[in-house]
Structures are given as C-alpha cells and as structure tokens.
Design a binder for this molecule. Structure first.
Ligand code: SAH
Length: 250
C-alpha cells in the first residue's frame, strides 16, 4: 500500500468552511495526528486511528506522521485554519529537510484552509482589502524584540495587520505591549477589530478605536485586525462595516 501524508486545514470552526478537498482526504485517511482540540473536530469512525497530542513538540509529531506514511499508512495532520499559517505545515517540511533522504520521496501535500484572519475580515467587512501583513504575537518561537520590531515597521509601512496568538495566561502582557506600541505610532481613532472564536457558537466581534482598545478584549481564541490609516468604519444599526479602500492615494 502506498502511504501519504496530508497536512490539512480545518478552517476556523464551522463545518461549512472546511473545503471539500479536506473532507475527501479525511475520509480516506487511516491515521489522524494533531493537537487534541483539532483532532476532536474530526468525527471518529472505524478504520481511523486518532493520535492526539499536546501542542508542544511539533517536530516530534511531524516525524511520527512521516514514519507512519513511510509504513504505508494514509496520514492526515490537522491544523485549525490554514496549516501553513502559524501551524504544522512548516514543521513537517523542517522534519523532512533534517530527516532521512527516503522521506523526500513521500507523497506529502498541504491542503489549504480558511485562516482566522480571512474569516474574521469577512465578518467585519473588508478590512484587509488593501495591503496587509500577519504577525504571530507569541514569543515562544522568536524573541519579543523581533515581534516589536516587525510590528513597528508594519505600522510605519501603513499595512493593515492581523495579529495571531494575541494573548495567553502564560504570556498576558504581549497584547498590552502591542497596544502601547500602536498608541505611540498611530492616531487614537485607528480602527481595531477583535474577532473571537469566529464561525463557532461562541463567535464575538468588537470594532473599537485604538483609544478604547484594551488587552483584555483578546484571548487565545481571538485574532486582532489593526486597520491601516485608511481603514474606514461605516456606522449603521448593529455591527458596523469595516473596510480598507482598494486604492491608496498617490
Ligand atoms: N493555523 C491557524 C492559526 C493557528 S495560531 C489559522 O490559519 O487560523 C492560533 C491563533 O489563531 C489563535 O490564537 C487566534 O489568534 C487565531 N484563531 C484561530 N482560530 C480562530 C477563530 N475561529 N477565531 C478567531 N481567531 C482564531
């Protein structure tokens, strides 16, 4: 039997946002690998072995998946959102590059998913309608000085910015520091969108001006979108529309 490995994105939460390509691969898989809450999003069925793990050792998890694929198993590693955005796909390729040459001959495919910032942007309107960038606020994998530098330069370049992993119990000060940096560099009316648990039953979206933003508005299930200087809010009854115009003035 020929084994394969797919690194599949489950989207932000709702079943309707899982791509048909991912649904098909999951139906053909013999083994499911991933962080526990993501593995649990895939229904159990006979013939599918679920390998749940904690979120710590991504490389070890990737190697385990590659070994199983070498043995002829059909393995799916699942991530939330898109697997290439702050998730497992890069860890798999790091394992391939540093692993046995035979791994390079494996059928390895990345199946994209709807990443959190796009689902959040769609809910708010079109805040990422012009140039934008994404930054992971977690300093597990890089020093905080790098986070700060990238944030500062992104603001200077006037990108809209999607902030992933804004806050955790272990690292509560990241978002406060980011807000302090934004307050130094941006006008108080700069638009922020705090989008929590998008496309799940707990979904909550807040649109606030930078002056009114607080770190407590974000948790680990929140993605924060920071508008550029051109981002607009259209007030109306209920949630406003937020958008960034397609063109920047010359
Ligand atoms: N691969 C994922 C990101 C993993 S990092 C993706 O492409 O979306 C985890 C971070 O993603 C969280 O801390 C949060 O910032 C964001 N996130 C993931 N799912 C989300 C959702 N449903 N709503 C809002 N933010 C989400």
């Amino acid at each position: 039997m020929t084994g394969w490995l797919v690194i599949a994105g489950l989207g932000p939460g709702a079943d309707a946002l899982v791509t048909p390509e991912v649904v098909t691969a999951l139906a053909e898989a013999t083994d499911l690998v991933g962080y526990l809450p993501y593995v649990r999003r895939v229904a159990a069925r006979p013939g599918l072995t679920r390998h749940e793990s904690d979120n710590r050792d991504e490389l070890a998890r990737a190697r385990h998946a590659l070994e199983m694929a070498m043995e002829g198993r059909r393995v799916a590693i699942v991530s939330s959102g898109d697997p290439g955005v702050f998730a497992m796909a890069a860890a798999v390729f790091e394992a391939v590059e540093t692993g046995p040459m035979a791994w390079r001959g494996l059928d390895v495919r990345v199946l994209p998913g709807v990443t959190a910032m796009l689902a959040a942007a769609a809910l708010a309107g079109a805040p990422l309608g012009h140039d934008f960038c994404a930054i992971n606020l977690s300093d597990n994998l890089k020093p905080w000085s790098t986070v700060e530098r990238r944030l500062r330069l992104a603001v200077e370049a006037d990108f809209a910015i999607a902030i992933y992993n804004p806050r955790s119990a272990a690292r509560p000060e990241g978002m406060s520091r980011a807000l302090a940096l934004l307050r130094e560099a941006c006008e108080p009316g700069r638009v922020l969108v705090f989008a929590r648990a998008v496309s799940t039953p707990e979904e909550a979206v807040r649109v606030v001006a930078l002056a009114d933003a607080a770190a407590e508005m974000a948790d680990m299930r929140t993605v924060v979108l920071v508008g550029s200087s051109a981002t607009r809010v259209i007030a109306r009854e209920g949630a406003p529309f937020v958008y960034t115009p397609r063109a920047a003035p010359a």
